[in-house]
Write a protein of this length. Structure first.
Lengths: 316, 231
């Protein structure tokens, strides 16, 4: 039991930092521009594919730096030459635009890399068990993922809270118009934030690709969960994105690890379900099988109980 | 210094500004009067580039109509909004720092000057802007614009909702700002303040300027006051 709890916690933490790497960018972009960026997970996928190809030419380590930079530049270009023009037609047009970009990314990935999963592997240097506890080992690569994510967050947090650029970003989150009228080039700030958010998504793709798989559906698989995270945390709230990333990741990893049926789980809290009846098949389902639905159940619950999300201030 | 001529602006299909023309000279306080909804705030937002407008706005000899707000601000035009648009989560000091356009080129007023001028703000320098009272927030928005070293500031309803004593303080501050060489275009409801400190006044009605003159002219002109100002 202790083994299960410990490793679920560790795996949950790794997954949480990955989610936060995606959700932080998404929520910042939403906070500043009011745009829910459907293409965000597409940039995550591009990060993985770019890294896969670059690893073939340069090796994993240069790819770890170059791939997110490329994705970031692409994101900045999408904002500068696409979103900024669409902006004046309102939020709906922007939403449709990002949706279009997401579809284009997915199609381009399939054209360029094919429909099958790529064998983008964990680099040999990190392909060993870091430690062994009881009967389970913890891979060094997961520790590396954790390290990279934490490093990035410390860096971003320092920029946001300690620099002038960070002040401008913080103020633009709530009052972009006023910030512009004080003489700050807000469109440029938007482009930088969009580019940085995309680069972060790309980095998440680079480090998640070898673990979660590099295939054309990867954007959709993680993308929907990231939306759930951002809505549960409260659109536009970084703290919320962080808390919700932790919550979703840990709930999901624990659920996946629990191989008990719903009826025995309910029995532990004193609810006896009859073996027969209309719902008999439902009670035989294990918690692990229900795990993928958990985030969405939480989403519905939050929307009913607290429509602004955990830390949000505006209605979703 | 500022010359607006034949300025038009629309919100959807409604024609909000129908050819507004006005001017502000070097170091002058000019009041823009009128009832609610006649387009005074829209006029200054249009000058600032925040509302799309057609016509001509010349500032220090340059056409600025159609430029984005941040470019207009960098040319030395400051805007103090009506709704006290402070950044509530940032500290008072951070709010002021955001008003500084270029930290390497200090202007006439520094952040510390503002703390000397308004000790209340100094005492609360490290507290979030949200905890300030309405009057203090008004001071903060004004100071935040001033540290950006503007040549002209447009102030929208600075005394709205303030206690009488604070109203007097704001008026004194405006006079002092003008004495330091910053021209002021003041949108104000309170006739007494506007007439006391302005050198010239414009009265707006239905999206255009219906009267232009000195405060003395307006005092004598019962017709204009009755038709366009008094409720």
């Amino acid at each position: 039991m202790l083994e299960l709890v410990l490793f679920s916690l560790l795996n949950g933490l790794v997954f949480a930092t990955l989610l936060f790497m995606l959700s932080s960018g998404l929520t910042l972009i939403f906070g500043m521009m009011g745009v829910l960026n459907f293409a965000h997970a597409g940039f995550y996928m591009l990060g993985a594919y770019f890294a896969y190809t670059l690893t073939g030419y340069l090796g994993f380590w240069p790819a770890l730096v170059v791939a997110p930079l490329l994705v970031g530049l692409l994101g900045a270009a999408v904002e500068r030459y696409g979103l900024r023009r669409v902006h004046r037609f309102g939020h709906l047009a922007e939403l449709i635009f990002t949706f279009g970009v997401a579809v284009v990314i997915e199609e381009v990935v399939q054209l360029a890399w094919g429909r099958t999963a790529k064998s983008y592997e964990v680099p040999a240097l990190l392909d060993f068990p870091l430690f062994r506890l009881f009967r389970t080992s913890f891979p060094a690569y997961k520790a590396f993922m954790l390290l990279v994510s934490v490093g990035i967050f410390v860096f971003l947090f320092a920029i946001l809270t300690r620099t002038r650029a960070g002040l401008i970003i913080q103020a633009s989150l709530t009052h972009p118009g006023m910030v512009a009228m004080l003489g700050h080039d807000v469109p440029r700030v938007f482009m930088l934030v969009f580019g940085t958010g995309s680069a972060l998504a790309g980095l998440a793709g680079v480090i998640a690709g070898p673990v979660l798989g590099t295939f054309p559906g990867m954007a959709q698989v993680l993308g929907t969960i990231v939306f759930v995270v951002v809505v549960i945390g409260g659109l536009g709230s970084l703290t919320g994105a962080f808390a919700a990333s932790l919550l979703i990741a840990i709930v999901q990893t624990f659920a996946v690890a629990l191989d008990v049926s719903l009826s025995s789980a309910l029995a532990t809290v004193g609810l006896r379900m009859s073996a027969g009846g209309m719902l008999q098949d439902l009670w035989k389902v294990t918690i692990a099988q229900v795990a993928p639905i958990m985030p969405y159940l939480l989403l519905v619950l939050i929307l009913v109980v607290r429509p602004t999300g955990l830390f949000g201030t505006r209605e979703t | 210094m500022l010359a607006v001529s034949d300025l038009h602006a629309f919100y959807g299909k409604s024609h909000i500004l129908q050819g507004v023309s006005l001017g502000v000279g070097e170091g002058e306080i000019v009041s823009l009067l009128g009832r609610n909804g006649v387009g005074r705030s829209t006029t200054i937002k249009a000058i600032m580039g925040d509302v799309r407008a057609q016509g001509s706005v010349r500032f220090r000899g340059e056409e600025i109509c159609g430029l984005p707000p941040y470019v207009i601000a960098r040319k030395g035009l400051g805007y103090v909004p009506e709704n006290r648009d402070i950044f509530p989560t940032l500290t008072v000091r951070q709010n002021l720092l955001l008003g500084v356009k270029n930290p390497r080129r200090p202007g006439r007023w520094s952040v510390d000057d503002m703390f000397h001028l308004f000790p209340v703000l100094g005492e609360r320098a490290e507290q979030p802007g949200a905890v300030l009272s309405g009057g203090e927030q008004q001071m903060l928005t004004m100071c935040r614009t001033l540290v950006g070293d503007p040549h002209l500031i447009m102030v929208d309803e600075p005394t709205e909702g303030l206690a009488p004593m604070l109203v007097r303080q704001v008026a004194d501050l405006l006079v002092e700002i003008a004495e330091r060489g910053v021209a002021i275009l003041l949108v104000e409801q309170k006739l007494t303040i506007a007439l006391a400190i302005a050198r010239r006044v414009y009265v707006m009605g239905h999206g255009r300027v219906v009267f232009e003159g000195t405060p003395e002219d307006l005092r004598r002109n019962d017709g204009v006051r009755k038709e366009w100002l008094e409720v």
